[in-house]
Design a protein. Sequence first.
Length: 106
Amino acid sequence: MKEHIHRRLFREDLRARARKDAERIAAYLKETYQAEVYGIGSVFDTSRPFGPHSDIDLVAKGLPKERYFHILDEAAILTSFRLDLIPYEDATVAILQETKDPGRRL
């Protein structure tokens, strides 16, 4: 029973798909806007559950502020998961702390 619950909460197949999408979005943001992109949240932290209702959390540094919603729309097209795109310049201290882990830079 425990194993079944664990498999439902920790959908590694979905996490892997979301990770690929996150990398594709990061590549797009880097190429198009010369942004630095960091992955945070459950896609990148395997100790946290990831399931069908989970999202992709990315922090991007250097995006033009006036185009944020347009960029978010462009990036969201690249995934079937919900996307939370956080401008680095507006991020909380806790979010910025997560970007300090070198393994999180995409």
